[in-house]
Design a protein around this ligand. Structure first.
Ligand code: F6R
Length: 609
């Protein structure tokens, strides 16, 4: 994550860029930088927030053309050398996205004599542009950008300055947002419209593989063949607060809708489809250590704990490692039996949950290899474990965890596949099937989002009940726990998640026509068993809502409502089912008029015991 800004106009570019970056700090805030093009490129950058950047910019520093960046680290630690803009001689670049093939490009550029000053993927863009313009002196900046777009793979929104063309900013995008703002003799570019909304409400949304050239006299748009194109100007009606929610009524709904992107960002650069393997540079364990592992102990709270429970099935199924999932608040006071052959894995969106931090600290004396999955760069947990895996979900503002949960699942799949491969447990075919399946998830989540009206109607129908049950087996058991947690925390309806086979050991006594039951009945080896449980429940007159695959034509005979997910690999269905249950909770809370983004008594980050 991160955000880019560009500005050409009559105002002080430093002030405009800094104020625009502030609006995008939510996209990442571990380092920031700015380049102003006067006669030369003058760059200031630093680790830390925008406020740190402001401190190092000398008073009176001014200009009318510039670019800026706020960063949420993906490649390279949050250090000053990795902050953008990145330079190659007379070229400066800011970039939001991930260049997946940067290692190969970097090796070639080093052979050609380029010196790299950062650990980022972005620096290859600056050097590639420089080389392109050097090789062909007639090449304009925009042609050079178009040329390198054929070389770089991955996602990007870039803004480029070059002293040879001191009147231009050139921009391009693929799979990362880029919006142009059109003011009166003032032109803006940013990753998010909120960045320039205080200056202009006229915006142009750039599509994939389109390029933009901004000059003091105006803005030109080009397609990938170099032809000028006309773009429609949209007048943004939102105020700044609404714009931060991108027009959604709540942050939670926005964050649910961001999942196609957050899932993709989380696996980007970590899957080599060509080789059919996972690349986890972050894991600080060698292959022998992985082969000798006896156990995985997952430590987490709340939604992160539910993700951990899915992880248990993954580590056991894919890597053949016994896995325990510990509630951090219990584990920190337990008498754990640990040793050096155990891998402890903390899962925490915020990286600041007091119980999780204390539980992780309590394992240190045992010499276990430790790792954390977190969404927040620079959070406390990142200093407590040997390895850190970042979910790249972007800031999650709604108290109810949504996109961070599915991003945690993605990281868990990748770790389990990596361990399973090293331990000789997975065939290349199985690995490939799951990796291909993971790459299909963003599109499949989008399909669920496109059909959300069915879920909304269902939520509204049951919005006034007092109790809900959620049931599932195997991987779908923790999904049912997560569905119940989401519903109770934002709609205040009492909801319980249960292992479907356990219903008859007590809860069946509570089942009646007043208690709707959500059954996660996606295709898999426990499908028939869940179907039997559904029949037991129907016999007690309860209404049953199922989450089922699109191709399941049978299930509607037995239940009251069906919420569909696309067909997918059995192990991947929790990602898709979770999105359905998030929407069910959201629309139920909406119908009940609840405070969705800030539910009563809850905080986003529980930093006290
Ligand atoms: C529920 C929710 C909480 C958190 C829990 C742990 O929607 O958000 O249950 O999952 O407080 O927080 P992290 O993951 O930050 O450790």
């Amino acid at each position: 994550m991160g955000g880019i800004v560009g500005y050409i106009g009559t105002d002080n570019a430093v002030d405009v860029i800094i104020s625009s970056l502030r609006k995008m700090e939510y996209r990442g805030y571990d380092s920031a930088g700015i380049t102003i093009l006067n006669d030369d490129l003058v760059t200031y950058k630093t680790a830390g927030k925008i406020s740190e950047l402001e401190k190092i910019i000398p008073a009176g520093f001014n200009g009318h053309i510039g670019i800026g960046h706020t960063r949420g680290a993906t490649h390279g630690k949050p250090e000053t050398k990795n902050a953008h803009p990145h330079l190659s001689s007379n070229i400066a670049v800011v970039h939001n996205g991930i260049i997946e093939n940067y290692m190969r490009l970097k090796e070639k550029l080093i052979e050609q004599g380029y010196e790299f000053l950062s650990d980022t993927d972005t620096e290859v863009i600056a050097h590639l542009l420089h080389r392109t313009m050097k090789d062909n002196e007639a090449c304009s900046l925009i042609d050079a950008v178009r040329h390198i777009m054929t070389k770089i793979e991955g996602s990007y929104a870039i803004a480029v300055l070059c002293t040879d063309e001191p009147d231009h900013i050139v921009l391009a995008r693929k799979d990362s947002p880029l919006i142009i703002g059109l003011g009166d003799k003032n032109y803006f570019a940013a990753s998010d419209v909120t960045a320039f909304l205080r200056y202009t409400k006229n915006a142009v949304y750039i599509n994939d593989m389109e390029l933009v050239q901004i000059s003091p006299g105006g803005v030109e748009f080009y397609n990938n063949d170099g032809q000028r194109i006309e773009k429609q100007i949209e007048v943004i009606e939102w105020n700044e607060e609404a714009a931060e929610k991108a027009g959604y009524e709540h942050f939670m709904l926005k964050e649910i809708h961001e999942q196609p992107t957050s899932i993709q960002d989380t696996y980007a650069g970590r899957i080599s489809e060509l080789e059919g393997r996972v690349i986890l540079d972050e894991l600080k364990m060698d292959e022998d250590q992985l082969r000798n592992l006896q156990r995985v102990t997952i430590i987490a709270c709340g939604t992160s704990w539910n993700a951990g429970c899915v992880g248990k099935y993954l580590f056991e199924n894919l890597a053949g490692i016994h896995t325990d999932v510990e509630t951090a608040s219990e584990f920190r006071y337990a008498d754990p039996v640990l040793c050096g052959q155990i891998f402890t894995l903390a899962i925490t969106q915020s990286g600041e949950t007091a119980d999780t931090l204390a539980a992780v600290k309590s394992t240190k004396a045992y010499g276990c290899s430790s790792a954390a999955i977190t969404n927040v760069v620079g959070s406390t947990i990142t200093r407590e474990t040997d390895s850190v895996f970042f979910t790249r979900a972007g800031p999650e503002i709604g108290v109810a965890a949504t996109k961070s949960f599915t991003a945690q699942l993605i990281v868990l799949y990748l770790i389990a596949i990596h361990m399973g491969t090293v331990r000789g447990r997975l065939t290349p075919q199985t690995t490939r099937d799951i990796l291909v399946g993971i790459k299909q998830l963003p599109g499949q989540v989008q399909r669920i989002l496109n059909n959300k009206d069915v879920i909304k109607k269902c939520a509204e129908h049951y919005a006034n009940v007092q109790d809900y049950f959620f049931i599932g087996r195997h991987l779908n058991y923790p999904v049912s726990l997560e569905g119940a947690l989401k519903l109770k925390e934002i709609s205040y309806i009492h909801a319980e998640g249960y292992a479907a086979g356990e219903i008859k050991h007590g809860p069946l006594a509570l089942i009646s026509s007043e208690t709707p039951v959500v059954a996660i009945a996606t295709k898999g080896h426990t499908y028939d068993k869940v179907l039997s449980n559904i029949k037991e429940i129907k016999a007690r007159s309860a209404e049953v809502i199922v989450v089922a695959n699109e191709s399941d034509n049978e299930i509607s005979k037995y239940v009251d409502r069906v919420l569909r997910i696309p067909d997918c690999h059995e192990l991947l269905s929790p990602v898709l089912s979770a999105v359905v249950l998030q929407l069910l909770a959201y629309y139920t809370a909406l119908a009940r008029g609840c405070s969705i983004d800030k539910p009563r008594n809850l905080a986003k980050s529980v930093t006290v015991e």
